[in-house]
Design a protein around this ligand. Structure first.
Ligand code: 0O2
Length: 227
């Protein structure tokens, strides 16, 4: 039915979005497997939650125009790396690198670019790990390597980035310094918060590990009849 309504010019857009949707679904399955494995087998899960999106044609066109290109399908293929986007939210900074390691180990994922805004935060205080990956999508007509932008950040970084992004768009990059200065202060507070939360988590983990070692000790002593 939709096929019948579709004009010839729209078909390449449909194909572009479809292949990106398939790519997102592939990575979604990979992340869901890791998420379930961690929840069921390990007693800790580095993934807090995940968001997925494929840009709509109007937002692809808007971005191309913003970048100074004609809004054509060729330009979208050539100049946009974020038609498909995945955002992985973690509790702790260490989890971000853990998730990165798990993705990097998967043979069919090719890491094209890594931008580590956590080790090298942006001037405005933005922190996040950005990856561009290529993943093969197997269509009846052949394999299509498809690009996805992955952003991995903590809950606190995500909270900050969402508000900062809205402000950036509202003021079109000309937000008053009274706002940008306060945002920078908040970014610093968020960095400290992430560090403190990690310290607490590490302390709890080492206490838990000690208790487990102690338990094992007591059990083996009981087994040996020492109690
Ligand atoms: P939108 O509207 O989200 O699509 P380049 O400067 O060309 O090297 P590029 O292509 O902007 O880098 O890639 P980068 O730096 O990895 O940023 C990709 C996306 O990350 C951005 O897409 C934003 O969504 C997000 N991002 C990057 N910097 C910031 C930041 O300072 N604050 C916030 N809140 N988000 C950021 P777009 O295309 O800029 O915007």
């Amino acid at each position: 039915m939709y096929e019948a309504l579709m004009t010839e010019e729209m078909k390449p857009w449909r194909d572009l979005l479809l292949v990106h949707n398939f790519a997102v679904n592939e990575v979604k399955t990979k992340l869901q497997i890791l998420d379930e494995e961690f929840r069921n087998i390990h007693d800790y899960n580095p993934i807090e939650h995940i968001r997925y999106r494929v840009k709509k044609p109007n937002s692809i066109s808007e971005k191309l125009i913003r970048l100074g290109y004609e809004p054509t399908i060729e330009n979208a293929r050539k100049h946009l790396s974020d038609i498909a986007g995945i955002r992985i939210i973690c509790s702790f900074t260490t989890d971000i690198y853990k998730v990165f390691d798990l993705l990097e180990k998967q043979d069919d994922i090719e890491i094209i670019q890594i931008k580590d805004y956590i080790k090298n935060p942006k001037k405005n205080g933005y922190k996040s790990l950005h990856l561009l990956i290529d993943i093969p999508v197997y269509l009846s007509s052949g394999v299509v390597p498809t690009r996805i932008e992955i952003q991995i950040r903590t809950i606190a970084m995500d909270f900050w980035a969402s508000l900062e992004h809205k402000i950036y768009y509202k003021y079109r990059n000309e937000a008053p310094s009274s706002i940008t200065d306060r945002l920078k202060v908040c970014a610093n507070m968020i960095s400290i918060l992430d560090e403190r939360m990690l310290e607490i988590k590490n302390e709890i983990t080492s206490l838990h590990d000690n208790e487990n070692t102690l338990d094992k000790h007591v059990i083996s002593e009981v087994e040996l009849g020492k109690e």
